[in-house]
Design a protein around this ligand. Sequence first.
Ligand code: GAR
Length: 203
Amino acid sequence: MQPYRIAVFASGSGSNFQAIVDQVQKGKLDVSIELLVCDRPQAFVVERATEAKVPVFAFRPKEYESREEYESLILKELQDREIDLIVMAGYMRIITNVLIVPYYGRMINIHPSLLPSFPGVKAIEQAVAYGVKQTGVTVHFVDGGLDSGPIIAQRSVEIHEHETADSLAERIHAAEHVLLPHVIRSLREGRVSIDGRRVSIRL
Ligand code: GAR
């Protein structure tokens, strides 16, 4: 099989980035992690990438006039490396058409709720505060909206009585670390097809 080259975008701790690295290192996910893109140079995910010998493109958004300006630099990095798939794993920024147009259908995001419930920031806290009994995780294609693109796969996670956002976050993250590599593997093996909003996947 041809090499399958991915770039991961992240802003924080990078536990999802690590889950992908671990699967690759164990030989369970046949992809090449070519680049980490990070909008917070001091984030822990940068250390994880360095440790895993993954090249890092880190930048400070405030140093640019517009999103389009720094996204054009990111696009060049992606094109130079012939990236097949962009994986947003805790990248806390809205993306513009600079990236969406060339990568539509080849850019996915993981979100810690059962979309379309609780989009945006603090999805875990939102679910606890609302009082839903089930929440979960979603992997979806990225479009121009806020966590609004076609849904590829979801897993539910039960919310227990007396649950706190911290206790729930542990189980949400555990679910993410399984689901995200699964979806990447399915995409890599050509087992995902998209028809408008409807996505079919064989995990
Ligand atoms: C993950 O829970 C991911 O779903 C969430 O950020 C966390 C990053 O954790 N993403 C969003 O909320 C996007 N709207 P990590 O840095 O440990 O992978």
